[in-house]
Write a protein that binds this ligand. Structure first.
Ligand code: PMP
Ligand code: GLN
Length: 395
């Protein structure tokens, strides 16, 4: 029998992602899945039709390693239109198979054994494992409710001579935080002072609500050459299964990242790239409608959860709402509560403890509101019945 030593020690201990395991439980039980972040009913027809046409017309062979020129231009143009960024698409844009591959390539290309990487908790689950597998050491710095402000003293204290990168997820999953201008300039000053690179995971850039401004770290001129900006068509076009992502960075950073990319996936399906180029070039109204449609669903879910009795924080961005469970579960075991809610109420969230390395914050669960209004209404109905001790199966 094979011993456990054949497995790399990092993957020997990594568990199945909470998004996958809660989705499986939702499928098994017939619960409404508001756990894993994927939209329902928001996929733009015109982008899907563009993919169908591209599949019919071809080509079907390896596209250029950096990505289709049309998509790289569209990435640069979209960033110019919405964020005022000036990007040289030929030298500064790389297409990847999702933001996950973009993160992987970036860590593989930039990290050396023992390099430290600052991440902000609650943190997206992929970062820690990918950083460690690339030889780095994740160093968590914790943001705290209710305002989730950037803790500058703690950040300064976490920086050592081994620190190389800071990963900033802005807007931030799962808490929906959009970093304030002062926080971005503080990050920029710190990056310059300590000679650090910033990995800006901006996959939720188009999901910012209530006319709140969004500023990309790549747009700060003093650090433009030390920011790796990552985007995802999965979020912008509600097509998470397509796995099309992009990296924008100055050539000194993009070149090593693209060398990592050539041995991780090399390319991304050309028909999907062509269709996403169509999507990024859609008129402003597409992006405005996406935002207002999600705002509407956010209000429906957040108000509904509050009526059921959850304490829910305001949501400025992303498609996630975070609810405090202590009114229902004084022990605050968010994983057990998420399973219980799935089985007893027929509604599945994900536990926010999965976004903490030490899993010691267990008082909150996350619900995704990028769903049909009817799905959210049925979920709220089920939660109200559960509250009254009634079974959802009878509904
Ligand atoms: N970063 C964050 C913060 C995310 O929430 C996600 C979504 N799953 C990703 C990266 C990965 O995006 P993709 O599906 O394009 O790989
Ligand atoms: N990013 C998505 C979320 O936060 C999930 C991605 C995945 O399932 N790997 O729900």
């Amino acid at each position: 029998m094979l011993g456990t030593t054949v497995v790399n020690p990092i993957f020997a201990t990594v568990r199945t992602s909470i998004f996958e395991s809660m989705s499986r439980l939702a499928t098994e039980t017939g619960a409404i899945n508001l756990g894993q972040g994927f939209p329902e009913g928001l996929e733009p027809e015109i982008v899907i039709e563009a993919a169908v046409k591209a599949l019919r017309d071809g080509p079907h062979q390896y596209p250029p390693m950096m990505g289709l020129p049309g998509l790289r231009q569209a990435v640069a143009d979209n960033a110019k239109r919405f964020l005022g960024l000036d990007i040289d698409w030929e030298r500064e844009v790389l297409v990847t198979s999702g933001a996950t591959e973009a993160l992987t390539d970036t860590f593989l290309a930039l990290l050396d054994q023992g390099d430290e990487v600052i991440v902000f908790e609650p943190v997206y689950d992929a970062y820690g494992t990918l950083i460690r597998r690339a030889g780095g050491v994740p160093v968590p710095v914790r943001l705290s409710p209710p305002d989730w402000a950037l803790p500058l003293d703690a950040l300064e204290a976490a920086i050592t001579p081994r620190t190389k990168l800071i990963v900033v997820n802005n807007p931030m999953n799962p808490i929906g935080k959009v970093f304030y201008a002062q926080e971005l300039s503080a990050l920029s000053e710190i990056a310059l002072k300590h000679d650090l690179i910033i990995v800006a995971d901006e996959v939720y850039e188009h999901l910012v609500f209530d006319n709140r401004p969004f500023v990309s770290l790549f747009g700060l001129p003093e650090i433009r050459d030390r920011v790796v900006r990552i985007g995802s068509a999965g979020k912008t076009f509600s097509l998470t299964g397509w796995k099309v992502g992009y990296v924008t960075a100055a050539p000194t950073l993009l070149e090593p990242i693209s060398r990592a990319h050539q041995f991780v996936t090399f390319t991304t399906p050309p028909a999907l790239q062509a269709a996403i180029a169509t999507g990024l070039n859609l008129p402003d109204s597409y992006f405005a409608d996406l935002r207002s449609g999600l705002e509407d669903r956010r209000d429906l879910l957040v108000n509904g959860l509050r009526q059921v009795g959850f304490n829910v924080a305001a949501v400025d961005a992303t498609y996630f709402a975070v609810a405090d469970i202590r009114g229902f579960d004084p022990h605050g075991d968010d994983l057990a509560f998420s399973r219980r809610l799935t089985v007893e109420a027929g509604v599945t969230p994900v536990p926010v403890s999965s976004f903490y390395g030490a899993r010691d914050v267990t008082s909150h669960v996350r619900f995704c509101f990028a769903k049909h209004r009817e799905t959210l209404e049925t979920a709220l109905d089920r939660l109200a019945r559960w509250r009254q001790g009634q079974s959802w199966k009878a509904a």
